[in-house]
Ligand binder design. Sequence first.
Ligand code: ATP
Ligand code: MN
Length: 479
Amino acid sequence: MKREKIAAILNAPKIGEKVLVKGWVRSFRANRFISINDGSTINNIQAVVEFENFDESLLKRITTASSVAVIGELVESQGKGQAVEIKVESVEIIGDANPDDVQKTVMQPKKHSLEFLREQAHLRFRTNTVGAVFRIRHAVSYAIHKFFNDEGCYYLHTPIITASDAEGAGETFHVTNLDMENLPKNEEGNINFKEDFFGKKVNLTVSGQLEAELAALALGQVYTFGPTFRAENSNTSRHLAEFWMIEPEVAFNDLKDNMDLTERFLKYIGKYILDNCKDDLQFLNDRDAKEQQSKPQNQRNELSLIERIQFVVENDFKRLTYTEAIEVLRNSKPFKKKKFKFPVEWGVDLHSEHERYLVEKEFKCPVILTDYPAEIKAFYMRQNDDGKTVAAMDVLFPGIGEIVGGSQREERMDVLKKKIADFNIEEEELWWYLDTRKFGTVPHAGFGLGFERMVMFVTGMANIRDVIPFPRTPQNAEF
Ligand code: ATP
Ligand code: MN
């Protein structure tokens, strides 16, 4: 007999049919009702056993977390809470689970803290919340590939090991196979990387953008979607040492085209999740509502999770320049009452407190900030005519802060070379990058979306550690 997925059975129940279901027992009540989940949906199927017809020794082994195969007729449910159930004809225990051991884990059916779930990241997939998050994470990933495929963008696999850290996007992790106990030295007494595997110092990538630009200037439009590594010692709820980033790069796009693409892209993901992840989203929506209730009134979100996604899908993002944002912030109540921790004046980098004020208090919608001072942005961003600012854009989301960072790239060789010198970067290191400006250079633009930050937004999870299977953070690389 062929196994059927619980999702398929519940979506289109065929009453009277004989089905085979395999899954894990979530609970077994009154020696009669087995609640089974197979991961295909957040919903369990109820299997009803007439205990008189079964061996007591068999029934004893139907415990929470054990795995079973159940065959029986699909019937309309007698009880409340489910439309259909399985009238069990046979039960097979596939794998036992000792109840005493289960007691100590997140599989015990009761509410657990997210911290406890993180300690048992290997078992937390068995819980409703984490199951829902990872089904949605998959859907976000699929939506991203679908969006770019439909746009005619090619998926480009940029290297994970690279010698380029010129971007300065973050602290890097070195990659080496040198003997750490016995490092080769050169004449000056420094480590001799010529003897290292690649014959030079290399690191894990902080961004695939520079390589994506090379491809975009021939294939027209590409995107990357891969792991990114930053050795940043910031133990925040929004930073990981290993995260996934999506970086589209489009030839002939200027900053406005770039903003339009970003906005369309983020709305598409939101709509895809609303349309395709209804059960998981409803569960997380209710979870989020309870979570909001336990917060102080002034920190609560006025909108539910589903409403927050709908809001992003349906409303235009607010677009303003960095210079305008500084004005808004300097005229704000928290600035005048000296409530901001960090200074607000033209030229400073904005901090999370400023970004959140703009998004959550001032405009109450996603914000795209553009045209930042050149000094606080990367060398490759296109210089504006004012000579002071560059064609950069950051997208700020409620509850998250920065979700996207992007720009129009400097396509003019002379300006780019001057910027490289200003940033004290060795021109020779970037010979390949500069070559693209030598042969038919064109305006182009792109951005980077932090994948986990988007997953946080559509799941309502407040900590980035809860939306990646096995988080890598300072002092933590378990599992
Ligand atoms: P932040 O100011 O939040 O540290 P950033 O300016 O360093 O971000 P970019 O270099 O522009 O970020 O990277 C592009 C996107 O990648 C960001 O908008 C964000 O969504 C995501 N991102 C950056 N750093 C991390 C990280 N350590 N963990 C998870 N996502 C990140
Ligand atoms: Mn950063």
